[in-house]
Design a protein around this ligand. Structure first.
Ligand code: SAM
Length: 234
């Protein structure tokens, strides 16, 4: 059987260690050197992070809760989670991303009381192990087709004791159209290709491993679309 991720994964890793790293570090940062589309994606993504934090802190205080941030990027979620007192395990397939996240976390968190700096690791999510109260994976599935996403979702669920929070680009007509127009993800490279996921497919993948969706959110700006779901053991 083909390894989960397969060839796509190598291309994605390469992209996020090089041009993708430069591009997304800028989008996730706060400098002015972004174009209109990048600015819009920055705003949309920050809403996803904000909504995920809200979902996470909803019913239980985060202090002391173990959270695995799979595909942590530059630490957009890991850093505020650590500020809330969560015990955060952050990992990413890209060494460049992990180095940047670690740098930012150290700058922003050092010296804060009752805050532990996340534990960073260069690792693809398929090779993560251990158990965490909560597993979060934001805007990563967009890089993989549903055939790979099923296995990734199953693996993430197996690491989580209580909750799994996922975001993905929903397969809707409008988003499909934008994708076809090519405004969002130009270029022939596989890594810039965006894979959309039908909510029903994600729900089915969760159901197969005994999980159900408890909360849903939808984040949209002009060029950014994300479905956010919180799943729990059924
Ligand atoms: N989750 C972060 C956030 O929302 O700020 C980053 C999102 S960024 C669009 C996608 C990230 O997923 C990149 O940092 C990339 O390196 C990482 N990634 C892609 N495939 C991965 C995999 N198989 N395992 C772990 N990380 C992966």
């Amino acid at each position: 059987a083909e390894e989960v991720g397969g060839g796509d994964k190598e291309v994605v890793r390469e992209y996020f260690n090089n041009s993708g790293f430069q591009r997304w570090r800028k989008i996730y940062g706060d400098t002015d050197d972004v174009n209109r589309v990048q600015k819009d994606i920055r705003v949309g993504h920050s809403k996803t992070v904000e909504n995920a934090l809200k979902m996470l802190a909803d019913d239980v205080p985060l202090r002391g809760v173990t959270v695995c941030d799979a595909g942590c990027g530059t630490g957009s979620l890991s850093i505020p989670l650590a500020k809330e007192g969560a015990v955060v395990f952050s990992s990413d397939i890209s060494a460049a991303m992990v180095a940047e996240a670690e740098k930012q976390a150290t700058e922003q968190l050092a010296g804060l009381e009752n805050v532990s700096i996340p534990k960073f690791e260069v690792k693809d999510l398929e090779s993560l192990d251990g158990k965490y109260d909560t597993v979060v994976c934001l805007d990563v599935l967009i890089h993989y087709p549903q055939s790979k996403a099923d296995g990734m979702i199953a693996h993430l669920a197996s690491l989580a004791e209580n909750r799994l929070i996922l975001s993905f680009a929903p397969k809707t007509f409008y988003y499909d159209l934008l994708k076809r127009v090519g405004e969002l993800f130009p270029g022939p490279s596989k890594a810039t290709r965006a894979y959309l996921h039908a909510e029903a497919d994600v729900e089915r993948a969760l159901k197969k491993v005994g999980w159900r969706i408890r909360k849903r959110g939808l984040i949209t700006t002009q060029f950014y679309f994300a479905r956010l779901v919180e799943a729990v053991p059924a």
